[in-house]
Design a protein around this ligand. Structure first.
Ligand code: FAD
Length: 318
């Protein structure tokens, strides 16, 4: 089984989610004694370092018009690369680019698609993959019957495995269609760390009473190197920008650590954060539903707890 992994990048850096996809692709290829290759559109740093994650060869397309992701243009190139390399499994991260491109590639290749995969296929027999359903509340086992398969791997569901090695980087010549979208400008959204890529997320809700009280939340995120998030009512009230809103109708995240301050833990909020590895809840109401989903709970007033937490973290960090 030959595997092709799509490498996504931003600001010249390969995204962590793509390193997970590379590790997944390499382990999938190893299951059947083959190797995994990758396709990248653009010129991020560290392409040959993908060898560390088990990628043997990187096919690189360089064309100025590819700077902004146009899913239709990208899908055509990636499908062509799959045809030319003879790949029968194409792996994406199920991040925003993967969600836009993977289904289009699967249609082009007449390949079955598993979006939101969380594990390698079961060994032997049918190609059966576990995926998240109902906003992470349940799993489904999906068998893919088509000869070619497309997998979109949930971010932070599969550990990055480093083992050393260097990938060969070769140019891939592709017909690059004129993009159908034109990016006329871009603005960096709030927060220093991108929410979907963050290892640690500090999030706050209506319990903070008003936007003027976010300074301590921003400071905590800052010392922890975390991204900022919020509940939906906070974004609806314009206390925080909408791109920070997490949940069923907002961004779905799966950081290693999610700290929720003054958030009740409604199911619609949990739907977007319950894949976090460790959840810490700070709430003054001991009956707040969020405590049921928490790994660590602090019953207390955020205006007392967060400054103490900040002081403690600063002390530890020196
Ligand atoms: P509240 O429910 O008002 O909770 C505030 C919490 O802060 C309380 O638990 C309170 O005990 C605590 N608190 C108060 N003061 C303090 C203090 N000083 N210190 C510590 N704790 C304190 N919500 C989302 O977040 N994301 C979504 O994507 C989303 N999608 C939705 C989709 C639909 C269709 C619907 C109907 C709703 C959706 N909601 C979503 C809204 C959701 O149902 C809740 O209303 C919302 O999550 C509540 O936000 P909150 O926890 O910030 O506020």
């Amino acid at each position: 089984m030959s595997v092709l992994v799509f490498i996504d990048h931003i600001d010249g850096h390969i995204k962590k989610a793509s390193l997970e996809a590379a590790s997944y692709g390499a382990q999938l290829a190893a299951q059947s004694g083959t190797s995994a290759e990758a396709i990248v559109l653009g010129n991020p740093e560290g392409l040959s370092d993908l060898g560390k994650y088990g990628i043997t060869k990187v096919h690189q397309v360089q064309d100025g018009s590819l700077a902004a992701i146009d899913a239709q243009v990208y899908a055509k190139i990636i499908a062509a690369a799959a045809e030319q390399t003879g790949a029968n499994v194409i792996v994406f991260s199920n991040n925003s680019s993967g969600k836009a491109i993977a289904p289009r590639v699967s249609v082009r290749l007449k390949a079955g698609l598993v979006s939101g995969a969380t594990a390698l296929p079961e060994a032997g027999g049918a190609f059966t993959v576990r995926k998240n359903v109902f906003s992470g509340k349940a799993f489904a086992q999906v068998s893919v019957k088509t000869e070619r398969k497309v997998i979109a791997l949930n971010p932070n569901a599969f550990a990055i495995a480093e083992k050393g090695g260097t990938a060969e980087v070769v140019p891939f010549s592709a017909t690059v269609d004129a993009p159908r979208i034109k990016v006329t400008g871009s603005t960096k959204t709030s927060g220093k760390v991108a929410l979907t890529e963050a290892d640690v997320v500090v999030s706050a809700g209506r319990g903070l009473k008003g936007p003027e009280n976010w300074k301590m939340v921003e400071e905590l995120a800052d010392v922890l190197g975390a991204a900022l998030a919020c509940s939906r009512p906070v974004a609806d009230a314009h206390w925080r920008p909408h791109n920070e809103h997490v949940g069923q109708t907002g961004v779905a995240i799966a950081p290693n650590l999610y700290i929720a301050i003054g958030i009740s833990g409604a199911i619609q909020h949990l739907a977007g954060v319950n894949r976090s590895k460790t959840i810490v809840v700070i709430n003054k109401d001991p009956e707040a539903p969020f405590f049921k989903a928490a790994d660590y709970g602090i019953v207390g007033d955020a205006f007392e707890v967060v400054p103490k937490m900040l002081e403690a973290v600063r002390k530890v960090k020196g």
